[in-house]
Design a protein around this ligand. Structure first.
Ligand code: NAD
Length: 345
């Protein structure tokens, strides 16, 4: 079997914790050839640590060696590097969010189409077992037509105290762009890409801007903190569907909660844990699932799908046009909060 030659761009946390180990576990079909980072020393250290043959300082040099790249840089550089890779005929898996704006997302998609290259985005929540089961339940009409979705991506006092997560210039936003985006993406996918028509959003930063906060994920500088730490939104869609959305890095709540529930005409479901709520034989009827392989790793599933799509053996699970819609909603939530009005799309 032909192996895909893969390069990693930006070798920080997510590259080392997820992407590199995932590709190395799929060594029957993908070969990690090279890494690149603006921090040359880190690139070499990571190449040595994971036995990757080459490391580069310029991504243009890496493109000559590989069939595909995985982009793991701060968000500000996603579009520039993805477009350069696609133009060089290199397939791209880009970490989430796709880019800093819908305009950048459009340019990325245009480049992928023009150069006939594969482009996907790292919305790995779709690869979780619960999400895969929920998708099948939705396709099989287990809950009938969906009416209302409730989405929460909530952490108690866990502002990332490392990396560039709290830097608006490099990341474009905070809890919404970092964490909320995964659940927004998953909800849109399960709902079969409904067309949003109106968005109301409010963003908060008061807690993290206040000095001396108790924070479970390390220390951060409250003065330079310039992103959101808590976001709420109400989104309506063309087909009458509505979504209540909330995400936070730093909520004052009892405990962290990742929640996605959908109520439909005939039933409802929860993704975490997966449960179905129906009526049968004149009674309320709940179903749960015993996952057969609890060790399944969404990072490996994501890598396998991208590699197989590049090799022409599979369809992408995360299409770039879908990731663009997530960025469009994120933009609308921020705009709504800034203007204090709802945004019509
Ligand atoms: N899917 C997820 O759950 C998830 C989790 C964490 C991070 N991420 C995403 O992954 C990306 C990276 O996050 P991270 O936590 O690994 O950050 P990080 O700060 O740990 O690593 C980023 C790396 O990129 C390098 N870099 C910066 N600018 C560069 C450039 N122009 N070209 C090449 N290298 C460059 C830095 O030197 C650093 O080594 C972000 O887009 C983030 O949103 C996704």
């Amino acid at each position: 079997m032909t192996k895909l030659k893969m390069g990693i761009i930006g070798v920080g946390g997510i590259a080392q914790d997820r992407h590199i180990p995932s590709y190395q576990s799929l060594d029957n079909r993908v070969e990690l050839i090279a890494v690149q980072d603006v921090n040359e020393e880190r690139a070499q250290q990571v190449a040595d640590k994971f036995n990757i043959p080459k490391s580069f300082n310029r991504y243009q040099d890496l493109f000559k060696e590989v069939d595909a790249v995985t982009i793991c840089t701060p968000n500000k550089f996603h579009a520039e590097i993805a477009i350069a890779a696609l133009e060089a005929g290199v397939h791209v898996l880009c970490e989430k969010p796709m880019a800093m704006s819908t305009r950048e997302c459009h340019y990325m998609i245009e480049a992928a189409n023009r150069y006939d290259s594969v482009l996907s985005i790292g919305y790995h929540f779709r690869h979780m077992q619960e999400a895969q089961v929920a998708k099948k339940a939705m396709i099989n009409q287990e809950i009938g037509e969906p009416l209302v979705a409730r989405v929460q991506a909530m952490r108690r006092r866990k502002v990332p105290g490392w990396g560039v997560f709290t830097n608006k210039d490099l990341q474009g936003g905070g809890s919404l762009i970092d964490f909320g985006c995964h659940l927004l993406d998953l909800a849109l996918w399960l709902l079969d890409d409904p067309k949003p028509v109106e968005v109301i959003g409010r963003t908060y930063d008061r807690l993290s801007k206040t000095p001396g906060q108790v924070n479970d994920w390390g220390a951060f500088d409250h003065e330079s903190f310039n992103v959101d730490d808590h976001v709420t939104s109400y989104i309506t869609f063309e087909n009458g569907l509505s979504m209540q959305f909330e995400c936070s890095w730093a909520a004052n709540i009892k405990e962290d909660e990742t929640k996605l529930t959908i109520s439909g005409v005939d039933g409802g479901l929860s993704v975490y844990p997966f449960e179905l709520y129906q009526t049968k034989y004149g009674e309320l009827w709940d179903s749960t699932v015993k996952m057969r392989n609890e060790m399944d790793d969404p990072g490996v599933a994501q890598a396998a799908n991208f590699v197989d799509a590049c090799l022409g053996h599979a369809d992408l699970i995360v299409e770039p046009e879908q990731a663009l819609k997530v960025t469009k909603l994120i933009e609308a939530i921020y705009e709504s909060s800034e203007k204090g009005t709802s945004i019509k799309l």
